[in-house]
Design a protein around this ligand. Structure first.
Ligand code: 13P
Length: 246
């Protein structure tokens, strides 16, 4: 049995006032979520604030990126151990926005995945194709290569210690969600690529997930939860998505 999990990715949004409000909203509306594991990935400067406010709740904390280095003269970088130290349990790696805007290669992403494991964090590996790649029928090829880069570096057993999030780039922030069947097809392919470890790895769907679309996605056999962007900034919507994962 894979425990369902919903993770909010706040991206570069919020300030100390709005984040306190959002967390207050989440904790006050928190009911009906017993089974699902839940976490929010906040911007670096607010991790401490979130850790304090989430203490004694069932909501975990994550970051959106980490360095491949563990310490030293790397100005502007943040090490996995620092994230663990301030209360993070999770970290996103290889989000498409980092692959695209920060030219992160699959090799770098694989190194980040290992750095997260070494720091005792649960890495959430994001994979997904662009619209152009989908239209050229390259979805499996692209997703397969992104995954295999991490498998080659960390081994199947290493990948199995993390979580995979399938986020088709064309569905991110566009309001276009993959249909449950489209997502299921790719999730089942990811499980196949992960071979003997595939059955135990949780695979999340991400891309314009809303309370209205969550139930249909979660009813698919290989979809174990969601990585939620925009809707995770609204307490009511995020809690509704978490409830749908029960
Ligand atoms: P949206 O839910 O806003 O489409 O973002 C998805 C995402 O990128 C989560 O990591």
């Amino acid at each position: 049995m894979r425990r369902p999990i919903v993770i909010g990715n706040w991206k570069m949004n919020g300030d100390s006032v709005s984040i306190r409000d959002l967390l207050g909203g989440l904790t006050s509306q928190w009911s009906g979520v017993h089974q699902a594991e839940v976490a929010v990935c906040a911007p670096y400067p607010y991790l401490g604030l979130c850790a304090d406010q989430l203490e004694n709740t069932n909501i975990g904390l994550g970051a959106q990126d980490l360095s491949v280095q563990s310490s030293g003269a790397y100005t502007g970088e943040v090490a996995g151990q620092m994230l663990t130290d301030v209360g993070c349990g999770y970290v996103l790696v290889g989000h498409s926005e980092r692959r695209e805007y920060h030219a992160e290669s699959s090799e770098l992403v694989a190194n980040k995945f290992q750095a997260a494991l070494d720091a005792g964090l649960i890495p959430v590996l994001c994979v997904g194709e662009t619209l152009e790649e989908r239209e050229a029928e390259k979805t499996y090829d692209v997703v397969g290569k992104q995954l295999l880069a991490v498998v080659e570096h960390c081994g199947l057993a290493g990948v199995a210690k993390g979580i995979v999030a399938y986020e088709p780039v064309w569905a991110i922030g566009t309001g276009k969600t993959a249909t449950p069947e489209m997502a299921q097809d790719v999730h089942s392919y990811i499980r196949e690529v992960l071979g003997p470890e595939g059955d135990q790895v949780r695979i999340l769907y991400g891309g314009s997930v809303k309370p209205e679309t969550a139930e249909g996605l979660f009813s698919q056999k290989d979809i174990d939860g969601a990585l939620v962007g925009g809707a995770s900034l609204q307490a009511g919507d995020f809690v509704a998505i978490c409830r749908a994962a029960e």
